[in-house]
Design a protein around this ligand. Structure first.
Ligand code: HEC
Ligand code: HEC
Ligand code: HEC
Length: 449
């Protein structure tokens, strides 16, 4: 009898201990296991640092080109939580974000690659980057039972949408129509756009009624989207979530030919009515900023100089090229160019003096296919870039003998000739200053394939 009882009490103690650990984990203030954090750091370095930065400050190599930006983990401020506004998230919240990704942003879904201990470890590691997790406890939101979506719940939800003035940012139709506020920045100073409530597949925190309830109930910390705690009853919040879901439009992958045609015609109309916005989108996706900005040693772009050009490429045996200043500066940027001159260059590589650019590094041959309305939009947006004085030196080519020798090495000897991109700004930022020569333009270099 005794051994059995002993075994049972040992078992009970073990179960109780495990439950304690689980509940401590759920609270988020368990002492992190150093082994787990170390494993997490190793996973982080390989899979997350390129966007979230080596120290988790949200400043990885890719960061400056992404919108929204990767999260800065040192703040401990998270958007997608099941916890009150201002509270740290639970481990389950973090694991969900990592496994499922954040649709419509650069944050991938890691589920196929990170499971079990590696997932737990990377969660422990990101928590270790902010002191908040050691001293605070997540404050879970209490939700009532789900209210099924019926026409009366949706109608009630519409009234809640009006009462809480969601339309001020999301528009009366959830798609931005007549919205009072149209420009938003997050706490880190970067532009963000309010969600289109007709496209729930772009909701980063998920698209079930429960997910939507949690989003407006808890708010998106770090963004203007507030928490509506106490502004409506639990029942009203479920009704509102049902209403938001009822706004969803048919996704393109479910449309027939006629619906698709009508959908894209409408989109075209909207784009033509908002050329600057369309242009911003195009310039960002075509990657103009990736080349037309100086870079740091790690390849990340210098944000204060974004679009001011000055990135120096050595393309052996073609010569040295410095990307142009695309800002509206009249003297050194596109401010002094006509629309036609810009169009001509972007689509045919012909400079203002009539000379032709080689088809790389700038992929103008690919831009040749841009529709006129899109080209107009690109120009409309570029014209809005505040002027930055940065005088760009003209290309420097090798003499004909060195060039032919280079071609021989490339084509006959089949040598693989590297392309070098230099760190720093190769332009001159002060009027009157001499333009830099190739040798002292910059020191560091980054090799691109
Ligand atoms: C390709 C870039 C990229 C990579 C790689 C990446 N992320 Fe992200 N991550 C993002 C972006 C962008 C956001 C911000 C999205 C937003 O604000 O809605 C983000 C946000 C997050 C958030 C914050 C969610 C919240 O509630 O605020 C977490 C947690 C996160 N990432 C974890 C990870 C982990 C762990 C890895 C590696 C396994 C990783 N990310 C790799 C781009 C990336
Ligand atoms: C002050 C402006 C503002 C108000 C008011 C506002 N929102 Fe938002 N909302 C935003 C912004 C901005 C975002 C996108 C945030 C981001 O990019 O991180 C957003 C995102 C969302 C999302 C997407 C969340 C996700 O998972 O990606 C939903 C759903 C949403 N809002 C619903 C609502 C509802 C319902 C209301 C009214 C109760 C409301 N919002 C009121 C600004 C607002
Ligand atoms: C892969 C890198 C790359 C990308 C992407 C790129 N450019 Fe360029 N661009 C360059 C380089 C390098 C030069 C300088 C070339 C030269 O003078 O021969 C240049 C030159 C220019 C010039 C000035 C030509 C002159 O007279 O020197 C304009 C205007 C221009 N780019 C516009 C754009 C626009 C608009 C986009 C986006 C639609 C873009 N570029 C995308 C690399 C790039």
């Amino acid at each position: 009898m005794i051994p059995v009882r002993l075994a049972r009490s040992v078992l009970c103690a073990a179960v109780a201990y495990a439950m304690l650990c689980v509940s401590a984990l759920a609270k988020g203030n368990a002492k992190p296991d150093p082994g787990l954090v170390n494993l997490g750091q190793a996973v982080y370095k390989v899979k997350c640092a390129s966007c979230h930065g080596p120290d988790g400050k949200g400043d990885g190599n890719a960061a400056a080109l992404l919108s929204p930006r990767p999260r800065d983990f040192t703040d401990g401020k998270y958007k997608f939580r099941s916890t009150e506004s201002g509270s740290i998230p639970t481990d389950v919240d973090l694991a969900r974000t990592i496994s499922e990704g954040l649709h419509g942003t650069a944050m991938p879904d890691w589920d196929p690659f990170l499971k079990g201990d590696s997932l737990k470890a990377v969660v422990a590691f990101i928590k270790s980057l902010s002191p908040r997790f050691a001293s605070e406890t997540p404050k879970l939101v209490k939700m009532g039972a789900m209210v099924p979506s019926t026409s009366s719940s949706i109608a009630a939800g519409k009234r809640v949408f009006q009462k809480l003035q969601c339309a001020a940012c999301h528009g009366t139709d959830g798609k931005g129509k007549d919205a009072a506020a149209t420009e938003f920045t997050d706490d880190w100073g970067h532009d963000i756009i309010p969600a289109n409530l007709a496209e729930p597949w772009t909701f980063r925190g998920g698209s079930t009624a429960r997910d939507i309830y949690l989003r407006f109930r808890t708010g998106l910390d770090g963004t203007p989207m507030p928490s509506y705690k106490g502004s409506a009853s639990d029942r009203e919040m479920w009704d509102l979530a049902n209403y938001v879901l009822s706004l969803s439009r048919k996704p393109v992958w479910e449309m027939n030919e006629h619906e698709l045609q009508a959908f894209y015609d409408e989109l075209d109309k909207v784009n033509k009515a908002n050329p600057v916005e369309r242009g911003k989108y195009l310039v960002e996706t075509l990657g103009c900023g990736y080349c037309h900005s100086p870079i740091r040693k790690d390849g990340s772009i210098v944000e204060e100089m974004k679009y001011a050009g000055g990135q120096h490429w050595n393309l052996y045996p073609f010569g040295d090229y410095v990307s142009y200043n695309l800002t509206s500066d009249k003297e050194t940027g596109l401010g002094g160019w006509t629309d036609d001159q810009i169009k001509q260059f972007v689509t045919t590589g012909t400079r203002r003096d009539g000379t032709r650019m080689i088809p790389f590094p700038m992929p103008w041959s690919a831009y040749a296919a841009l529709k006129t309305s899109d080209l107009d939009a690109v120009i409309a947006y570029l014209r809005t870039l505040p002027p930055v004085y940065n005088r760009i030196p003209p290309p420097e080519k090798l003499n004909i003998f060195s060039y032919l020798w280079g071609k021989f090495r490339m084509l006959v000897l089949k040598e693989n000739l590297p392309l070098t991109v230099y760190e720093g700004n190769a332009g001159t930022t002060k009027p009157g200053e001499m333009s830099l020569s190739t040798d002292n333009r910059s020191t560091g270099k980054e090799e691109r394939q």
